[in-house]
Design a protein around this ligand. Structure first.
Ligand SMILES: Nc1ncnc2c1ncn2[C@@H]1O[C@H](COP(=O)(O)OP(=O)(O)O)[C@@H](O)[C@H]1O
Ligand SMILES: [Mg+2]
Length: 452
């Protein structure tokens, strides 16, 4: 069975609209019930009273029919009677059966009696239209009879149609009004959600959320603005501190190098110098990572293929051929230096793990682009695919780390940069073997025009 909760609408607008519609339906239903009870619209009075009323109605219509009015006027009266729910029709006498069951119903019998006694109208005693023994037939001239249905039902025209119309109108109006009102309430919520999602992830300048709208929502926006400011300050402070420490480490490290160089024992000296170089590189990479990864770089329009081609050529120059495939020209707004670093990091990994690297640029709908960087190396197993993006994470590299080893920051930096462009980076299997690193970048709003 589907849990009831699953049937509930998900958005606030849908939920409240459903609530309002249910409330309106309940209210209208209850009101109708009360009206029916008060006015006894179904005529659930005593049978005697009912019989008298029916008889009076029949008598009036018969009198009308017998009056010296024109044919058209009489037809109009009949139509009006039908409209109010009195079922009456005109049939030739020859169309009536003599039916032994006719008039056996006590209610029909009493109406016929009243018609005779009070109104002097003689209904046919034992004749009725075929299959309708409870009909009352009153002959009006030698050839025809008026046929009445004994039970009076309220005409659908009279009750149902106006009710449907009124309820329908109420529902349409409430639905439209509530959708309009709820849009007004919920649209700030959607923009809050969007702002929270894009926090720290776009090239666009982050604007404070508008603190308009209903008070509760304005409070949420205010709190979020406040939190955003605090997070930003906190991150900036930490980053500055780490960068300062890393930077300051370099001075004593340089002194250490000078001292080591003056050592006599060649073996110890070379070992120390090697270590010092490693520490120095590590500090260098950490500083690169801690730099704002292009956050402050302006967004320029560049020709993406030539940018990628340049990177490929640089790898080719040092003996790692990298193939580019894609359009020859494709202007794209981005932070060129940062993006170059991201792509370089990913290609660098490819050259470390596989014999060949291919870069495929494919333009996407709405001005986005996709850059697939593939190699034929061992690939990265599924469970490690999130881990490799963590700073300082190094997997079991195919080659010993001393050869061209990094410090596990390459992918972290690449992802940071891509996310700062509002995009994302994903790791996919490359067929038949190897890894494809897929960078997707949405269209950027450029901060300045500068075609290179
Ligand atoms: N193309 C690749 N094929 C196989 N493994 C890879 C590839 N790229 C990255 N990795 C794995 O992800 C880890 C993290 O990569 P990265 O952040 O660039 O750090 P580093 O290159 O300094 O080790 C690498 O140590 C390696 O194990
Ligand atoms: Mg790397």
């Amino acid at each position: 069975m589907i849990p009831a909760r699953r049937l509930l609408p998900r958005t606030i607008t849908a939920q409240i609209t459903a609530l309002v519609v249910t409330a309106v339906l309940l209210a209208v239903g209850l009101t109708t019930l009360v009206l029916i009870t008060i006015f006894d619209l179904n005529g659930r009075g005593s049978p005697e009273v009912l019989a008298v009323t029916r008889a009076a109605r029949i008598a009036m219509l018969v009198k009308e029919e017998l009056s010296p009015r024109s044919q058209e006027e009489r037809a109009l009266v009949m139509a009006a009677a039908r409209w109010f729910g009195i079922e009456v029709e005109r049939l030739p006498l020859s169309g009536l059966d003599s039916d032994p069951a006719a008039g056996t119903n006590p209610f029909v019998k009493s109406i016929k009696t009243i018609l005779r006694d009070s109104w002097g109208i003689e209904a046919l005693a034992d004749r009725a239209p075929p299959g309708r023994p409870d009909a009352i037939a009153v002959p009006i001239n030698g050839e025809e009879a008026l046929i009445f249905q004994a039970a009076h039902r309220f005409s659908r025209n009279f009750i149902v149609l106006p009710t449907i119309f009124a309820v329908g109108a109420i529902i349409v109006i409430t639905v439209f009004l509530s959708i309009y009102a709820l849009r007004w309430i919920t649209s700030p919520l959607s923009s809050i959600a969007a702002a929270a999602r894009s926090f720290g992830r776009t090239t666009a300048k982050e604007e404070a959320l508008s603190e308009n709208g209903p008070r509760e929502i304005a409070q949420v926006a205010e709190a979020l603005n406040d939190m955003r400011k605090r997070v930003r300050t906190l991150v900036d402070e930490r980053t500055r501190m780490l960068a300062a420490i890393s930077h300051d480490l370099r001075t004593p490290l340089t002194r250490l190098r000078l001292r080591a160089e003056r050592m006599d024992d060649a073996k110890t000296r070379d070992g120390m110098l090697q270590d010092i170089t490693t520490i120095n590189d590590m500090i260098g990479e950490t500083l690169t990572y801690l730099r704002d990864n292009g956050r402050s770089e302006p967004v320029h329009l560049v020709d993406l293929p030539s940018m990628i081609q340049t990177i490929c050529d640089e790898f080719g120059d040092v003996g790692f051929p990298v193939a580019y495939e894609g359009p020859g020209r494709h202007p794209f707004a981005c932070r060129a230096h940062a993006l170059t670093r991201a792509i370089t990091n990913v290609i660098d990994n490819g050259t470390k793990h596989g014999p060949g690297v291919f870069v495929v640029l494919s333009p996407q709908p709405r001005g986005a682009v996709r850059i697939d960087i593939s190699d034929n190396g061992p690939g990265i197993p599924e469970p490690l695919r999130e881990k490799v993006f963590e700073p300082f994470f190094k997997g079991n590299s195919a080659r010993p780390s001393s050869e061209r080893g990094g410090f596990g920051l390459g992918l972290s930096i690449a992802r940071d940069i891509v996310r700062n462009h509002g995009g994302d980076i994903r790791l996919l299997d490359h067929e038949p073997r190897g890894l494809t690193v897929r960078l997707t970048l949405p269209r950027q709003a450029e901060t300045s025009l500068n075609i290179t």
